[in-house]
Design a protein around this ligand. Structure first.
Ligand SMILES: Nc1ncnc2c1ncn2[C@@H]1O[C@H](COP(=O)(O)OP(=O)(O)OP(=O)(O)O)[C@@H](O)[C@H]1O
Ligand SMILES: [Mg+2]
Length: 322
């Protein structure tokens, strides 16, 4: 631009048509040159302000979303889990389509209830209702006879440890990932938890042991290792109620055995709700509930269900469990 102006102006000036002295012309060009850059910067900054405004709007839209799950007005503090967890005629829909229909079951304290069924049947949804990640559309969930909506969320959730299908791991060290949410846990306690979860061995073999960073969502670990870190986290929390949503990902026999073993240790002397894909996990459950398309289609223990010859025994025969 400057070259064009200089050239055109020079040419006009030479023909005497501009009516400027050469000095005035040079000063004019200098002036133009100095104004051009800031003017461009102003235009550019306007564009970034617009970009910022749009992004800001999106962020505030997310921040403004109300959390639908709230503490009640006068929350009851759940001090200690004493008797049972009960689902009473619970139905649930994420959107229009009902996902759970009239679910009824009881988990007495100290017992293990297993939930099995085909993929998409609604098993993980049942598990999500207990810590109140969602509230039932109708029916209620009672803990020690009191609707869980009456408890303070914090005290309710402090009673449960949850190992989900996809372990939620952070881009941090192994140590911090196990310690997550338990601020005053010591290093010894973390290592003890990892040992119970059969994770200590592979952690010790990593370059910086417990201080190794595991990458985004634990991407530097294998599926079985991620699961065992999640189990160690639950062990450290040591809650009375365990909710376990077994990962669907296939593990090799050796890591499956290690994970299995870790889970067995985790569940002893605890009230547990286990969603199992590998049916060998739950043969010893006190009650097995078979879910299909959001409904309970069978219930009983392993032996009873096998004798019945329904969906459960069919699933078992696919996995050759006897
Ligand atoms: N956040 C969600 N929003 C809408 N629909 C959902 C949501 N999560 C799950 N669903 C639907 O609810 C149904 C039950 O899902 P759920 O995750 O409970 O199945 P599942 O029994 O745990 O299956 P899997 O064995 O594969 O883990 C599915 O049809 C699924 O598409
Ligand atoms: Mg699931």
């Amino acid at each position: 631009m400057a070259a064009i102006v200089l050239f055109a102006g020079g040419w006009l000036n030479m023909r005497g048509e501009l009516g400027m002295t050469w000095t005035a012309f040079v000063v004019y060009i200098g002036f133009y040159w100095r104004v051009l850059e800031p003017a461009k910067a102003i235009a550019a900054s306007y564009a970034s302000i617009q970009k910022g405004l749009v992004s800001g709007n999106r962020i505030f839209a997310i921040l403004d979303v109300q959390n639908e799950i709230k503490d009640p007005e006068n929350p009851v503090i759940l001090e200690e889990f004493k008797e049972s967890i009960r689902f009473e005629d619970v139905s649930f829909a994420y959107e229009e389509e009902p996902v759970l229909k009239n679910i009824d079951f009881t988990v007495p304290k100290g017992k293990m209830v297993a939930i099995v069924g085909p993929s998409g049947a609604g098993k993980s949804t049942i598990a999500d209702l207990i810590p109140r990640f969602w509230d039932p559309t109708s029916g209620s969930i009672l803990l020690d006879g009191v609707d869980i909506k009456k408890y303070s969320l914090r005290s309710l959730r402090s009673q449960m440890g949850i190992v989900t299908q996809e372990a939620v791991l952070l881009n941090d060290t192994v140590f911090n990932n196990i310690k997550f949410g338990m601020e005053d846990a010591t290093r010894e306690q973390v290592i003890a938890a990892a040992k119970i979860a059969n994770a200590d061995e592979f952690i010790s073999q990593m370059e910086q042991g417990y201080d190794t960073n595991i990458g985004d969502r634990g991407s530097k670990l294998s599926g079985g290792q991620r699961q065992r870190i999640a189990i160690a986290r639950a062990v450290l929390k040591n809650p009375p109620i365990m909710i376990l949503d077994e990962a669907t990902s296939a593990l090799d026999t050796e890591s499956e055995r290690l994970v299995q073993d870790a889970l067995t240790k985790l569940m002893t002397n605890r009230t547990s709700i286990v969603i199992a894909h590998r049916l060998s996990t739950i043969q010893f459950a006190d009650e097995i509930i078979v879910i299909q398309e959001g409904k309970i289609v069978e219930r009983g223990n392993h032996k009873q269900l096998l004798e019945k010859g329904g969906l459960y025994s069919h699933l078992c025969s696919l996995q050759t469990v006897s």
